[in-house]
Structures are given as C-alpha cells and as structure tokens.
Design a protein around this ligand. Structure first.
Ligand SMILES: [Zn+2]
Length: 213
C-alpha cells in the first residue's frame, strides 16, 4: 500500500502510545516521492560548545514512491520513530544504527512481533556519510524532452545495458563513464535499464573526475 498523510499520522499516534509510552512529541509528517529512501527523519544538528550537538526541527518523511506491504510500511514508520526517540532525547548513539538503535529495534521486534530492520533502509543522511570508494559504471542519459538522468550498471551487465539504453525511444543520448565518486554509492546497480532523474548541476559536479568509456 501507499502511505497517506492521515495513515502515517494515525500510525505514529498508535505506535507512540503502544511502543514509546506516548513520550514522542507530535512532529511534522511529510509524504515524499524520493526513490532513495522509504522513510527518513530529517533534523537540524546544532553544534554546541565542547563538541556536543543538539538535535532539533524534526520532520518525519515517508516515501510514496514504492508500493509496500502494509507491515513493511508500518515497520518503516517504526524505524524512523526509533531515530526520533533517540535524537529527540538528545542521546548520542555509536552510529546511525548503533548500539542504542539496535537495542530498541530488537526490543520492539520481540515485544510486538515486528520486523524492523536496518539493512534495507538507508536514510539520506547515511548516504551523505557513505564515502566508500567504489568503482561505478555510470551512464549519463539524456531524454528527448530535455531531462537528464543516470543509470549505474551492474558490472556484469555493462554490454547489455550499453545496447539496451540506446534502444529506449525517449532517450536521445547516452554516454558512459567510470567514476569513483561516493555520490554514486546511493544508487542501486541496474541489471535492466533503470534511469534515475538527476539535476544537471549534480551531474556536472559528480562526473567531473570521471573517465569516459
Ligand atoms: Zn535508519
């Protein structure tokens, strides 16, 4: 199912009562069309003196880009609520899904028969933090209507995708690059043609050091 504003608000209140003793304050809830996350808790981090930070301005975002089984949608909301509990209590975990997060997640899974995970869920913030150097086969895709996009090929599928993208009628031009820019870590690697929309500015910035194939 796809989330609605009303649904997320209702689930938030329900889970707040059931799993968090009603201790979470209401927060703005927004639906998002992002493809890069299912759920996300955005917030402001203000650095205070002596290196500590204060977390404020929380917004819960749920993507309506992917049709999910209801239980998975609920687990996505719960996942973000755990982040919200930790950060709104100004607790500092060992990492984004560190010891505190894992303990709370396991506890909720056990007590309420949930299946909250961290594996499928990568918040935008985690992606920004993902700076591993990996080699990406990046196809810059230009559409006839002026839009731009990229496709990251699975290494085993380069030859097939190279041909396949040229046969997509809406595509006017495709160019391939090898890049190690961590920006590309966030995109899934395509086995069949799958293009992600991206701004001209991002494209230019992140293909700057790339090698044309
Ligand atoms: Zn998370």
């Amino acid at each position: 199912m796809l989330a609605t504003q009303e649904y997320v608000e209702r689930k938030f209140n329900e889970f707040n009562r059931l799993c968090f003793d009603g201790k979470l304050k209401p927060l703005p809830i927004r639906l998002s069309h992002a493809r890069t996350f299912l759920g996300q808790l955005s917030y402001k981090r203000t650095r205070k003196w002596l290196g500590s930070c204060q977390f404020t301005d929380f917004v819960l975002k749920i993507s309506v880009q992917t049709d999910l089984p209801e239980q998975e949608l609920e687990d996505t909301i719960l996942h973000e609520m755990i982040h919200y509990y930790i950060l709104s209590n100004q607790m500092h975990d060992t990492s984004a899904h560190g010891e505190i997060f894992t303990r709370m997640m396991n506890d909720l899974n056990r007590r309420y028969g949930r299946h909250i995970t961290v594996s499928r869920r990568r918040t935008a913030e985690e992606m920004e933090r993902d700076v591993r150097i990996r080699q990406h086969l990046v196809c810059e895709v230009r559409f006839k209507d002026g839009r731009t996009g990229i496709m990251i090929a699975a290494h085993t599928r380069l030859a097939q995708l190279w041909d396949a993208i040229k046969r997509v009628p809406e595509v006017s031009d495709s160019r391939w690059y090898v890049s190690t820019d961590p920006f590309f870590n966030r995109f899934p690697r395509a086995l069949t043609p799958k293009v992600y929309k991206i701004s001209e500015a991002d494209l230019e910035e992140h293909l700057k050091g790339a090698t044309r194939l």
